[in-house]
Design a binder for this molecule. Structure first.
Ligand code: NDP
Length: 406
């Protein structure tokens, strides 16, 4: 059957005003016969969401604040746009789980995206997962729910999408039976790959957000600069591909052209390459198992000329070490790591702490004994909240100490 004769798939884009959200909408625009926007969600960028609603005419739009929702609703009504505007976290879950939705792009940043991503899973949707923090926090619960509810989970992170493309289709029964020795997770190394510790101490938020190869949201840009992003991705890879932390090796590859590799026991190493543009993994996951155009230019290997590979320095990039240790420890450790990191990154972006304080805060919070269970969404959120309180206490002590020094 040709695709022009079938109904377009309904897509909900959670985090539509973000970097992944806008790349997703770009790919959707290129294939109107295949996809139509069902719901778009935003948090603070209401005027951007307004413009997206005018352009894509979704059935629903979701914002955080009811007053913003009312104003947006009336502005859209005046323009003759029939979108229904909802507000609040439960509405995010509702538009993810709506019976008419076929595909959900989970692209809210951080722990805030967990509940709606899980709602899509429990409703058995096809989920395109960009929100790695959801899997870091709730990996066991999330993967169990995927299997129990027959959801289809496709990774959007370029590395995980690359690994998915390099694995055989029957990898779900375990990596050893399909002959995988290890996964090689590539990292650009971020903007401070060659900086000394003394230079790292002086890094500003603007410098940290200026990634050499990728254009991304602020939080993931800082995570890339600290290499926490690679640590979160290592944990994500363990859940997605049922790997042990020691089966995932991080390799710095500054050109960001090889998006990751799979090393097989016979010595074969399969890699996925492409220009660093998130529209490739997004288009891949949207159309899988078919292929569609994404708007990304073909890779010019001769212009690239060389590719470099370097082992990461776990001393200078302590966030990566802390993430590896948390992956090995399991239990609540990845939840605490993620929560402390979110608080630390926000404090750094608000110029409350230095760049080099980020791993110090996380390590100190990880060393406090945070009790808790990881078998329900509520217990996971409780651990997350506890860790955030510890992180905020750390920040208060830090500002008192800094005040005394001043
Ligand atoms: P952005 O900061 O660009 O966008 C985040 C989106 O989430 C925005 O739409 C934002 O709304 C929304 N949002 C933020 N906080 C909340 C909240 N409390 N409740 C509901 N919505 C919220 O992030 P990115 O697009 O860069 O990243 C999104 C996710 O994808 C992250 O988990 C990141 O790690 C992952 N990812 C990103 C990649 C990239 O290239 N950017 C690559 C691989 C993974 P608003 O803007 O209106 O405030």
């Amino acid at each position: 059957m040709s695709h022009t004769s079938v109904q377009p798939q309904n897509i909900t884009v959670l985090g539509a005003t973000g970097s992944i959200g806008s790349s997703t909408l770009d790919v959707i625009s290129q294939h109107p016969e295949r996809y139509q926007v069902f719901a778009l969600t935003a948090h603070t960028r209401i005027s951007e969401l307004h413009d997206l609603c005018v352009q894509y005419r979704p059935r629903f739009a979701v914002v955080a604040d009811p007053t913003h929702a009312q104003r947006l609703q009336s502005d859209l009504h005046t323009l003759g746009v029939a979108t229904v505007v909802l507000a609040g976290p439960q509405s995010l879950c509702d538009v993810a789980a709506h019976p008419e939705v076929d595909v959900v792009m989970a692209a809210i940043v951080g722990a805030a995206g967990l509940a709606s991503a899980m709602a899509a899973v429990v409703a058995g949707k096809k989920i395109l997962l960009a929100n790695k923090e959801a899997l870091v926090m709730s990996g066991a619960l999330f993967m169990r729910a995927v299997h129990e509810h027959g959801a289809q989970l496709l990774p959007i992170d370029s590395e995980h999408n690359a690994i998915f493309q390099c694995l055989p289709c029957n990898y779900a029964d375990g990596l050893a039976p399909v002959g995988v020795r290890r996964i090689l997770l590539t990292a650009s190394g971020g903007p401070f790959r060659n900086s000394s510790y003394a230079e790292l101490e002086q890094v500003t938020p603007a410098q940290a957000c200026a990634h050499p190869n990728w254009s991304m949201g602020q939080k993931i840009s800082v995570d890339s600069a600290t290499m926490m992003n690679k640590g979160l991705e290592l944990i994500e890879a363990c859940w997605l591909f049922d790997a042990r932390p020691e089966q995932v090796e991080v390799v710095i590859h500054p050109q960001s052209v090889i998006h990751s590799l799979v090393d097989y026991v016979d010595g074969s190493v399969l890699a996925q390459l492409g220009n660093p543009d998130m529209r490739t993994p997004i288009a891949h996951a949207m159309a899988w198992p078919e292929r569609i155009t994404s708007g990304v230019a073909p890779l010019d290997l001769c212009a690239l000329a060389r590719m470099d590979f370097i082992a990461p320095d776990l001393q200078r990039f302590a966030c990566l070490r802390l993430a590896i240790e948390s992956a090995q420890a399991g239990g609540v450790a990845p939840i605490v790591l993620n929560a402390a990191n979110e608080v630390a990154v926000a404090a750094f972006l608000n110029e409350r702490i230095r760049f080099t304080h980020i791993p110090q805060l996380i390590e100190d919070v990880l060393s406090t004994d945070i009790p808790g269970r990881i078998d329900t969404l509520e217990s996971i959120v409780a651990v997350d909240q506890h860790a955030r309180r510890q992180a905020n206490t750390w920040l208060q002590k830090q500002s008192i100490t800094a005040g005394r020094r001043a």
